[in-house]
Ligand binder design. Structure first.
Ligand code: XCC
Length: 628
């Protein structure tokens, strides 16, 4: 992003994203501030906050660890404060993903009845999931849907004294053995979250290592009752990912149409809106308002979910950083805000640029913003209300400034679609890794952050270096949007890869960065690792595979990062997480845990150094497997 005072560019041309550069001046000319301005206003940021050594739990605080005061008023050590702060984040993140999962399970339960717009679109996925869960798959579809949905809801709500059956059913057996040995197999999820939060109370649990193991236990629940549950249940209702092309970035906005943006993480209602928008009835309604139809676009992870499945979808606008700039175009008539990542400044933007905002999830509230909550049974009516409001808002449009920037992107990768593209098994991918054409796989995942050195730049630089080193990159979350907008997922992107990876990509007709969709699709990426490990008959921790979250942002990312370590993977994080105030926590996460799970955290803010660490890790794993 360009520094407005100095006129210099702080992010390699701001240009982590050309559309944001293009919009920067017009948004400021309209009198608005952006996440970048507010980030600058927050500098310098609190040292104890950065290091994780600020405790605000009780009224004796806030307690900040310094050389003069090495413990909190109650005697809490920096190790305890750091570990407890981290566990709180992991608990919130686990609650977020499993909240989403329960909503998806309730939608499937409703889809089993007749009075619901959601249906079972993919019966074979339902049957194979039922089989994996020990449910008789030969039963009628409605019965199966009820039983599968019921099992997920039960798993979420049972006591933590009963082990999560989902983990045993869906995780690699080798991992289950490791987790049992460590005593971190989770029980019922809501109950686990409650126990974890009780451990976070003042003077309840004063053992930093136990708090870290509790975070890891939660992260396993987060993965199987959250991420995997979301993926599988949504695939059953919407159908799975289909490899195909679409366009991304703000330039996809069509000023001639009524424009709706699906913004958040849960794609079910948005998919109904997109289907209805394409109907003759709503086409006529839009025409009567002077518009050339209605288009539904995606934003952040919800958009990635729609993009993965193609259909009536007009394109993906961008990542977490794009949201203010998207409204600043003046070309958006309505934003349907589903849960997570709708930032508090949006109502101000909506007022300035005549955009209608609605919230569609009971957890999302913004003062003065209309709530259009729904049950699965009323979702079709809510979808109609959203379309009607968007058409009405079109009449109030002001000036429109849409930047030119857009990219062609190939999306729709998932375990199943990748296996299908490879001819029915992961063997060709395993062969390419064994021969060294592909040195390994790196999952570059997560969010985007506002600091001048980030803003997508860390993601781009790391991915660029990895693919040039013949490492296949898979991505999910706002990193997907960043890499799509930067041209890494386009039909010609193989030119950016090293010779080995380029040859494989060209022979398969795929880009060197495969978008797996949203941050909740990280579970699918773990499945790919499990499939490769199974084919090679090794543990996931032995694979030439690494994870990087170059711009992690929020609590779900913390839960996901703990899971990545529990899964046995090298996990690079930037910005440096708030752990450096505790030598113990830093040592456990970056060193000791490797002896327990095979995974560990690497912290490195410089993207060149981070890429070098990932490459060294992958080469080391290759050597240990006897691969040249
Ligand atoms: Fe939010 Fe998912 Fe993170 Fe993007 S990647 S900033 S959570 S929208 Ni999920």
């Amino acid at each position: 992003m360009q520094n407005r005072e100095t006129g210099t560019t702080e992010c390699d041309g701001l240009c982590a994203d050309a559309a944001l550069c293009a919009m920067d001046a017009s948004v400021h000319d309209a009198g608005m501030t952006t996440v970048f301005d507010r980030y600058e206003s927050q500098q310098p940021q609190c040292k104890q906050g950065i290091q994780g050594t600020c405790c605000v739990l009780c009224a004796n605080g806030p307690c900040r660890i310094t050389a003069k005061s090495p413990a909190g008023v109650c005697g809490a050590s920096p190790d305890l404060i750091v570990a407890r702060n981290l566990l709180q984040k992991a608990a919130i993140g686990t609650a977020g993903n499993t909240y989403h999962a329960e909503n998806a399970a309730r939608a499937l339960l409703a889809a089993a009845g007749d009075d619901c717009a959601f249906t079972v679109r993919d019966v074979s996925r339902l049957e194979s999931l039922a089989e994996a869960l020990g449910i008789d798959a030969g039963q009628p579809v409605a019965v199966l849907a009820r039983e599968v949905a019921g099992l997920f809801i039960h798993e979420l709500n049972k006591p933590d004294t009963e082990e999560l059956a989902l983990v045993e059913a869906l995780a690699p057996a080798g991992r289950v053995a490791v987790w049992r040995e460590l005593g971190i197999m989770p029980g019922g999820v809501n109950s686990e979250i409650r126990t974890a939060l009780v451990k976070c109370m003042t003077s309840v649990n004063n053992d930093p290592v136990d708090l870290l193991l509790t975070a890891m236990k939660l992260s396993i629940a987060n993965a199987y009752a959250g991420l995997h549950a979301i993926n599988r249940l949504q695939d059953i209702i919407l159908g799975g990912a289909v490899i195909g092309g679409s366009s991304t970035n703000l330039g996809v906005l069509d000023p001639a149409t009524v424009n709706i943006v699906a913004h958040g993480h849960q794609p079910l209602l948005a998919s109904l809106v997109a289907e209805l928008a394409a109907s003759e009835e709503f086409g006529q309604m839009a025409g009567a308002a002077g518009a050339a139809g209605i288009k539904v676009y995606g934003s952040m992870c919800e958009g990635q979910e729609l993009l993965q499945r193609g259909g009536a979808f007009a394109g993906q606008l961008g990542n977490w950083l794009h949201q203010e700039f998207a409204l600043g175009t003046g070309a958006i008539d309505l934003v349907m805000m589903d849960y997570n990542c709708s930032i508090p400044s949006l109502p101000e933007y909506a007022e300035r640029f005549a955009t209608r905002l609605v919230t569609t999830d009971q957890a999302v509230r913004m003062s003065g913003v209309e709530r259009l909550e729904h049950t699965p049974q009323t979702a079709a009516d809510t979808a109609r209300e959203i379309l009607e409001r968007a058409v009405a808002a079109f009449a109030e449009r002001g000036e429109v400034t849409v930047p030119q920037e857009s990219r062609d992107s190939v999306a729709g990768f998932s375990t199943e679609s990748v296996v299908a593209a490879l001819g029915g098994s992961v063997q060709p991918l395993v062969d390419a890794i064994a021969s060294g054409s592909i040195r390994g796989i790196a999952a570059v995942v997560g969010c985007t952050t506002a600091s001048p050195s980030a803003r997508g730049c860390n993601i781009i630089k790391i991915a660029e270096r990895l693919i040039a080193s013949d490492i296949l990159v898979v991505t999910g979350g706002c990193t997907s949007s960043t890499l799509q907008n930067a041209g890494f997922t386009g039909p010609d992107a193989s030119a950016l890869a090293g010779p080995g990876l380029r040859a494989v990509c060209d022979s398969l007709g795929v880009p060197p960065v495969l978008s797996f969709g949203s941050c909740t699709d990280i579970g699918r990426i773990a499945d790919v690792a499990a499939a490769i490990a199974g084919t090679l008959s090794v543990d996931t921790s032995e694979l030439p595979v690494a994870v990087s979250a170059p711009e992690w942002l929020e609590q779900k990312a913390v839960a996901d990062a703990f899971f990545s370590v529990a899964y046995g993977l090298f996990t690079h994080l930037s910005p440096v997480p708030p752990v450096t105030g505790s030598e113990l926590v830093t040592r456990v996460l970056t060193q000791d845990v490797e002896g327990l799970t095979g995974g560990k955290v690497a912290v490195e803010d410089d993207p060149e150094n981070a890429a070098a660490l990932i490459i060294a890790h992958i080469e080391d794993k290759r050597r240990r497997l006897g691969l040249s």
